[in-house]
Design a protein around this ligand. Structure first.
Ligand code: ATP
Length: 371
């Protein structure tokens, strides 16, 4: 059975740190919902409030129409999967998975049946008798999932479940988590720093910052229609160009910038004439190939600062003005790429110039990967 999860104005502080600041969310029954945001934004605290490890200072937590805010963890019927698996190393796979059922006083035959069913779901039936310390990291994480699922949780909670795995295994396990979630059908809340994991798996996600929810949406909504420069830069890569609204008419904005007037037809904020904005342009929306004349496209001139051939794509670092650079991605690069120093004309569709409120973007500590 799965439930709808509602957080209503939840606040949680530790001394002077407000870890969760008036968070309200509705997570639909059966949904795979992600909490995503930079380190310290309050994701884990939210998850721990859902599990019952922390009580909120104020606000309400509801599972369907049952208030859970102060219900102890073992009475919530949640299953939790941790980053470090938290398995008992010297117990067998069977014993680890069975443990939660023994606590619930389920008879031996039913326990055995349920453990084998769930080992089938995680595709580890032949490992029942092996001690878990003789399993690989990926296999241990499957067992941790099996242990959380065996109790048929109303809500499955996943705390960075893949972050201890190597890159290749993470990709494999992503697919597995998707499949297992579909098969188990539980409402699931998944915490991660990894935007790619979230985009890949999430039905919907909440982007958090400093204890607050900044935006909730499907991966497509968040990537395509970020609410502000912080979200645009946290999810995927973005070029930003500062400007000022020159005119707004018939769903089109003319934006004055240092590289000329940019035209946008993707406007979902209420801007006024003269308002300062930050234009978001994704690297893949800059056309650097043979320029196709498109009515209404923004045509700009650029100089190639660097070109990196990566097989499937070619990445360009372009100078648009003396102190303004942009990243562009060309898909399916053919014969000869552009040369460093080459001057070229680039175009961006009016749909792909997205004016956002003029706020500071998020600065990734490391160069983010291309989506
Ligand atoms: P990370 O991605 O690094 O795990 P997070 O988004 O999960 O971060 P939280 O662990 O929820 O963030 O922490 C939110 C804020 O609350 C941080 O400033 C953190 O230092 C603080 N905090 C969390 N747990 C405690 C605690 N038990 N005692 C004191 N402060 C805490």
């Amino acid at each position: 059975m799965s439930v709808e999860v509602r957080l209503e104005h939840i606040v949680k502080a530790f001394d002077t740190t407000i870890a969760v600041n008036d968070v309200s969310l509705e997570i639909k029954e059966g949904e795979l919902f992600f909490l995503l945001g930079p380190s310290g934004c309050g994701k884990t605290t939210c998850l721990r409030i859902l599990a019952g490890f922390y009580e909120p200072d104020s606000g309400k937590l509801m599972f369907d129409d049952r208030e859970m805010s102060r219900v102890p963890p073992h009475k919530r019927n949640t299953g939790m999967v941790f980053q470090n698996y938290a398995l008992w190393p010297h117990m067998t796979v069977f014993e680890n998975v069975e443990y939660g059922l023994s606590l619930r006083k389920i008879d031996k035959d039913s326990r055995k049946k349920k453990v084998h069913e769930v080992l089938d779901v995680v595709q580890m039936p032949e490992y029942a008798d092996r001690p878990v310390n003789k399993l690989s990291g990926g296999q241990q994480q499957r067992i941790a999932l099996a242990r959380a699922l065996v109790v048929e949780p109303d809500v499955l909670l996943l705390d960075e479940p893949l972050s201890n795995l190597d890159a290749k295994l993470r990709l494999e396990m992503r697919q597995e988590i998707k499949r297992i979630h579909l098969q188990a059908g539980a409402t699931a809340v998944y915490v991660t720093h990894d935007q790619q994991e979230a985009i890949h798996l999430a039905d919907r996600m909440a982007i958090m910052r400093d204890g607050s929810i900044i935006q909730v949406g499907t991966p497509r909504e968040i990537y395509r229609f970020p609410i502000n420069p912080f979200v645009a830069s946290f999810i995927g890569e973005t070029n930003f160009i500062s400007g000022k609204i020159q005119s707004l008419a018939n769903g089109t904005a003319e934006i004055e910038t240092e590289i000329g007037v940019l035209r946008s037809t993707t406007i979902y904020h209420d801007f006024t004439d003269g308002e300062a904005v930050t234009c978001c342009i994704r690297p893949e929306s800059i056309r650097v190939g043979d320029v196709i004349a498109e009515t209404g496209a923004n045509q700009l001139s650029a100089k190639v600062l660097s070109a990196t051939y990566l097989g499937r794509i070619e990445e360009y670092h372009l100078a648009l003005a003396e102190k303004l650079t942009a990243k562009a991605i060309l898909y399916n690069p053919r014969t000869h790429g552009k040369d460093v120093g080459e001057r070229l004309s680039i175009t961006v569709s009016t749909q792909d110039i997205i004016p956002l409120p003029a706020e500071a973007p998020y600065t990734h500590e490391e160069e983010p990967e291309v989506l």
